[in-house]
Ligand binder design. Structure first.
Ligand code: ADP
Length: 453
């Protein structure tokens, strides 16, 4: 934890020191070069001015060597003891034909200078005519003390700037490291709390950057985890409750029969059989759900027309519907494409929707099964004119063990698992299931199944 802070501070320090050192070095180089160029230009200007005025005065170079006989090169710089070994910068004068007029360095009087050397010199122009060339000799002299002092001051200023930059970088580094590590520390503490079993953890989101995103994602994960654990606990309690009731009934009957209190009449045995059937259905439902959760729900798919599916379901429930005086009809759009589905499971889903509709639709009501074309899909719906579902329940009816009327006992196979199983089966087919409902007017479940390609 601490090492990240130190690493960040060190990184800031190293970067700022490197930048400051490089900046100072290049600034020093540029300043020194500029000074040298300035000195060379000044000596050259003086030399050209000197010989030009001679030419203008005499109309030619004749006698210039006498006027300016060979002498130590131009000494414009103050010479320190170190400069003794160096030959300071100087110039030779060459006429327009390349003959040396004023010697200097390697150029001796009356020598002819090769054309390529001549082209590197500085032409001397008088009244629009090139009358000669100045050729540089010697070396660029060292800077004089004034210039050196100026350079030294510049370097001192650069050093100061570098130190200030480093100081600022250090302060910024500390601040940044603290602002970066604070959410990390908080996240670590929250993660440890989650690991200890305290799942509902929320860490303050302090920024919109990646750390903020990480914190928000952690908070979401923590909430989901707490909710999942809560619903797992609730589900275990629901399963225990739903198993216990039929088991209590069966156990009670068996005990009374064993003690001779009750006789095993066909009716009683039938009732026990019904409870066993209910237990079996519950266990089957739980198994279907756990397979769907694990993604290993096996589907025995084959192509079938939506019409066949709907007619199979209406056939099964027609009799019950007639008994409770509810009309059950199927409306099927002509020429619908085939769907590739597990027929038995689809009949199970549609059957569950129809049996729910029958349960919640009063006498004289209507249940319509419809099949029509969707976008690259077929829409199968079950619509009733029943009691409807409240908005609050509507968002939860696909939850496991959720029953809108909590007080209702799980008779007639009502486990509160029907719709969650329906959704798992439809999703395993790559489809969706949606519900819309209005209290007192009815409910419509719509399954959207992709069309087989
Ligand atoms: P159950 O086994 O209790 O029927 P389901 O998962 O099939 O469980 O349904 C969940 C709840 O949704 C039901 O308990 C009921 O309250 C509500 N529900 C389902 N279908 C309808 C419907 N057609 N009309 C009104 N309520 C419905």
């Amino acid at each position: 934890m601490k090492s990240l802070t130190i690493k960040l501070i060190l990184a800031f320090l190293v970067i700022s020191l490197t930048v400051a050192a490089l900046g100072a070095f290049f600034a020093w180089r540029v300043t020194t070069n500029e000074f040298q160029t300035f000195v060379v230009d000044r000596i050259q200007d003086e030399f050209i001015a000197m010989v030009s005025s001679y030419y203008q005065e005499h109309g030619s170079w004749l006698g210039i060597l006498k006027k300016y006989p060979p002498r130590p090169p131009l000494q414009t710089q103050s010479q320190g003891p170190d400069n003794q070994k160096q030959v300071p910068i100087s110039y030779a004068l060459v006429d327009q034909t390349g003959i040396v007029l004023l010697p200097s360095g390697p150029y001796r009087p009356h020598d002819r200078v090769p054309a390529d050397v001549l082209s590197e010199g500085t032409p001397i122009e008088i009244e629009g005519q090139i009358v000669g060339t100045a050729l540089i000799t010697g070396q660029v002299p060292e800077l004089n003390s004034v210039e050196q002092r100026y350079l030294k001051r510049t370097n001192q200023a650069l050093l100061l700037a570098a130190l200030s930059a480093t100081g600022i970088a250090l302060i910024l580094g500390v601040l940044l490291a603290r602002s970066l590590t604070r959410p990390l520390r908080e996240l670590t503490a929250a993660t440890r709390a989650v690991a200890r079993g305290d799942l509902e953890q929320q860490v303050a989101v302090r920024s919109q950057d990646e750390l903020g995103e990480l914190t928000a994602a952690f908070n979401q994960m923590s909430t989901d985890l707490a909710r999942a654990t809560q619903s797992r606990r609730q589900m275990t309690a629901d399963i225990a409750h739903d198993l216990r009731t039929p088991l209590t009934v069966i156990g009670g009957y068996l005990e009374s029969m064993r003690d001779g209190v009750l006789k095993p009449t066909p009716d009683r045995l039938e009732m026990m059989q019904a409870e066993v059937g209910h237990l079996k259905r519950l266990v089957d439902d739980l198994r279907t759900l756990s397979l769907a959760d694990a993604g290993s729900l096996t589907l025995d798919k084959h192509e079938i027309s939506p019409q066949t599916l709907l007619l199979r379901v209406t056939d099964i429930y027609q009799l019950i519907a007639e008994k409770i005086e509810v009309s059950l009809t199927a409306r099927i759009e002509p020429d619908l494409p085939l769907v590739s589905v597990d027929e038995e499971r689809l009949v199970q889903v549609l059957g569950n929707l129809v049996s729910n509709a029958l349960r919640y639709t009063p006498k004289g009501g209507q249940i319509i099964l419809e099949a029509k074309r969707g976008v690259d899909s077929v829409l199968l719906s079950v619509q009733d004119t029943g009691i409807g579902i409240t908005a609050e329940d509507l968002s939860r009816i696909f939850d496991r063990f959720y029953r809108a009327d909590q007080s209702r006992r799980q008779n007639e196979g009502e486990s509160g698992l029907g719709l969650s199983i329906a959704r798992s089966i439809i999703e395993a087919h790559g489809g969706t299931i949606e519900v819309e409902s209005e209290m007192g007017r009815g409910t419509k479940f719509t399954i959207n199944l992709p069309v087989s390609t």
